[in-house]
Design a protein around this ligand. Structure first.
Ligand SMILES: [Zn+2]
Length: 76
């Protein structure tokens, strides 16, 4: 899956064996990009942190992500 599919702003490929691993790797990628000074990723990471304080928003995000992950063909 790409960064974009995980609601981040670029086309970098994120790999993971499971949806949990994907989320972990996408957050790592987002933080790495933010650390390099990428404005788009900095903004998304800040928004994600805000959503993490809202259990209902997290649940919705996880469900949407899980559906997309399940619909994804074998990762390249
Ligand atoms: Zn990205």
């Amino acid at each position: 899956m790409t960064c974009k599919q995980l609601y981040e702003p670029c086309d970098a490929l994120i790999h993971g064996e499971s949806s949990e691993e994907m989320i972990k790797n996408s957050q790592k990628h987002g933080m790495e990009m933010a650390a390099k000074g990428d404005q788009d990723h900095t903004k998304i990471m800040a928004e994600m942190r805000q959503h993490m304080g809202d259990p209902e928003a997290v649940k919705q995000w996880m469900e949407k992500f899980q559906n997309e992950f399940d619909a994804q063909p074998e990762d390249i």
